[in-house]
Design a protein around this ligand. Structure first.
Ligand code: PMP
Length: 404
């Protein structure tokens, strides 16, 4: 059982008033709020050990390097990667996917196929379109049903010996669907394809085990797991990271440079050109510690309660339709009210202190599938409460009254 009252004290932002009302923050799928330990760790870094890493012999540089490498080890341990050089620090999920897709852009050739799914965020679509355009490979899409679940029989039909990459999200940001990634990975491997899992929406709720999953790449963003913006992780199996070409050139990623030829550094530095977000990486380690302190089993169980309660309460509103009714779902509720534009609902509930996201959620193909311009999305985190869901429901009722 989580002590939510005490957990909420860890998040100073939650005590705020917005538009004269207590803030109800239900935009967690866009970014998570930060606990005080994370804020304190940022200040402590800059006040005590700020220096560039992997370069200086001086003490501060060594301390900063040690702290950065300690954070890498924490993340390795958190996702159960075999080697710490399989953990690449990036600027976020988008950066991580671009790094991998760009690499495949030079490994793929005409006739090869890349499989993504109908549930992808734009950042797991567009980089693969770039890669296919560059290489002449073809992009294929696993379709979904009206519940927002991937149709696995169709996936089976897409796979063949030309399939070189399968890139799918662990959890959909727009609908909350949890995809059957174990099965997806296993089947792709039967054809020798590499599998990238976009874990941006999963990592706030689930502790992934990359060895057990046997995925080739797993990517996520720091800011969605209570860490700083501009931080992210690319996990890649050693053999795949060795096969991929470097993404950015510059300092840190080289072994030797002459004007004729450059040789590259070993992993993970081959993919970490330039001065990274040092404080961000270190503090991401603190954020992961904080979440593990609460415990992912506790988080998942409580958020499921919020999902069930929120679903039941919102469905009491006449004319409200939930988009995304998958069997396996995380704490995201996307909805629309007949005859009302989602944006208008978002504006009114904001006036009542409730933060939700409205729009296409960077998933235009999902909105096209359902024939809608967008949805209102309420996404719950472990620091939210049922009382806050009641406030949302009242706010939506009020918006409906004003707009109908
Ligand atoms: N994939 C998914 C499923 C997401 O939800 C997001 C963020 N909304 C991204 C990718 C992109 O993450 P970021 O903007 O942090 O790079």
């Amino acid at each position: 059982m989580l002590d939510i009252k005490s957990i909420r004290k860890d998040f100073p932002i939650l005590t705020q008033q917005v538009n004269g009302k207590p803030l109800v923050y239900f935009d967690n799928a866009a970014t998570a709020q930060k606990p005080k330990v994370v804020e304190d760790a940022i200040i402590k870094y800059y006040e005590t050990i700020n220096a560039n890493i992997h370069r200086g012999v001086h003490t501060l540089s060594q301390l900063a390097t040690d702290a950065y490498e300690e954070a890498r080890a924490k993340i390795q341990n958190h996702i159960n990667a075999k080697h710490n050089h399989e953990i690449i620090f990036t600027a976020g999920t988008t950066f991580s996917i671009n790094l991998v897709a760009n690499g495949f852009g030079s490994l793929l050739k005409a006739g090869d196929e890349v499989v993504i799914s109908a549930l992808e965020h734009h950042s797991n679509i567009v980089p693969w379109q770039f890669a296919c355009e560059r290489s002449g490979a073809t992009l294929k899409v696993i379709p979904m049903n009206e519940h927002g679940e991937l149709i696995m029989e169709e996936y089976d039909k897409l796979l063949n010996e030309n399939t070189k990459v399968v890139a799918v999200s662990h959890i959909s940001n727009a609908l909350g669907t949890i995809n059957p990634i174990r099965e997806i990975i296993k089947k792709a491997h039967q054809f020798g394809a590499a599998v990238l899992i976009d874990g941006a929406q999963a990592t706030p709720h689930i502790r992934p085990d990359v060895v057990e999953l046997d995925c080739d790449f797993y990517v996520f963003s720091g800011h969605k797991v209570c860490g700083p913006t501009g931080t992210g992780i690319l996990y890649g199996k050693e053999e795949w990271l060795n096969k991929l070409p470097p993404y950015q050139g510059g300092g840190e990623m080289i072994k030797t440079v002459t004007f004729e030829k450059t040789t590259y550094a070993c992993l993970p530095h081959k993919f970490e050109a330039g001065t990274p977000n040092i404080a961000g990486g270190i503090v991401l380690g603190h954020a992961i510690d904080y979440l593990n302190g609460i415990g992912f089993d506790n988080i998942a169980a409580y958020e499921h309660e919020l999902l069930e309660y929120g679903t039941k309460r919102l469905l009491e509103i006449e004319g409200l339709k939930i988009i995304g009714t998958a069997q396996e779902k995380t704490s995201v509720i996307s909805f629309n009210i007949e005859g009302i534009h989602p944006y208008d609902i978002g504006v009114i509930v904001d006036k009542l202190g409730v933060a939700v996201r409205t729009g296409h959620h960077c998933t235009q193909p999902i909105m096209d599938f359902f024939g809608i311009p967008g949805t209102v999305r309420a996404s719950f985190s472990f620091y939210n409460t049922k009382e806050e869901i009641d406030i949302l429901v009242e706010a939506v009722k009020k918006a409906k009254m004003m707009l109908s």
